[in-house]
Design a protein around this ligand. Structure first.
Ligand code: F6R
Length: 243
């Protein structure tokens, strides 16, 4: 595990974007595993800037997103499909046929999860996986549980996740209760994993996940075992860790 401590969110976003740019420059046809949520918005903004300056070419890049709400239309502004297009894809030259997000419109969970695992497998896995972390230690929507779930699966979202995500909806009632998420295997098999985390409210879970035992009750803790895991956090996120 490599730790990069940044002064603030801006620096964190730049560092993560630099790592992703390096990946694209080294392998123009790479497979990026991408995340949604508040944390990566700055990273995507930096990537768009690099693209607009002519420093990055997404034309051969494939993206495979981590997760999507179950039972949501792509056009719904709260869908992760929509989020990714708003925050990144619509602003760079990625080919639409190389964009992959679990299909929230498919209510047949078994079918959709198996399809998504085939997508990941057919691409030979992920070169660089970008992650955020939930307050309960979830990665993707791999929520705390009695065991790590390896395959893409359908999850019932934890109350704390519904609570955290309600800020993106008009009301708490509108937050979907289920989601499809990539499993732990695809994340752990990614060649490189980059996690970005900022803010005081994440300090406790950062300490628990990366400076405590590896447990399925703290899903992110498994990343301690990844051979190329980079944790980028701002000072607040690392405030519970001693230097
Ligand atoms: C989203 C995802 C989630 C988020 C996590 C943190 O695709 O996979 O695991 O990364 O919930 O979200 P934010 O960044 O909003 O704190």
């Amino acid at each position: 595990m490599r730790i990069i401590k940044t002064k603030n969110y801006e620096e964190l976003s730049r560092k993560a974007a630099d790592l992703i740019s390096a990946q694209i420059l080294m392998k123009p046809n790479c497979v990026l595993g991408l995340a949604t949520g508040g944390t990566p918005v700055g990273t995507y903004r930096c990537l768009i800037e690099k693209y607009k300056r002519g420093d990055l070419d997404f034309s051969a890049v494939t993206s495979i997103n981590l997760d999507e709400y179950r039972g949501i239309e792509r056009e719904n502004p709260q869908s992760y499909w929509y989020f990714m297009h708003e925050n990144l894809f619509n602003h760079v030259n990625i080919s639409p046929e190389r964009v992959n997000v679990p299909d929230g419109r498919n209510l047949n969970a078994q079918e959709e999860c198996a399809r998504y695992d085939r997508v990941i497998e057919n691409h030979g896995g992920i070169d660089l996986q970008l992650l955020g972390i939930g307050l309960d230690g979830h990665i993707g929507f791999n929520e705390p549980g009695p065991a790590f779930v390896l395959e893409t699966h359908c999850v019932d979202l934890e109350e704390s996740t519904i609570e955290a995500n309600k800020r993106f909806f008009e009301s708490r009632d509108q937050v979907p209760r289920q989601a499809y998420t990539m499993g732990i295997r695809a994340i752990m098999q990614a060649k490189k994993v980059v996690m970005i985390v900022n803010g005081k409210n994440k300090a406790e879970i950062v300490k628990k996940s990366f400076f405590g035992p590896v447990l399925p009750e703290v899903p992110a803790s498994i990343l301690q075992l990844h051979p190329d895991f980079i944790l980028i956090g701002d000072e607040e996120a690392f405030s519970e860790i001693e230097d």
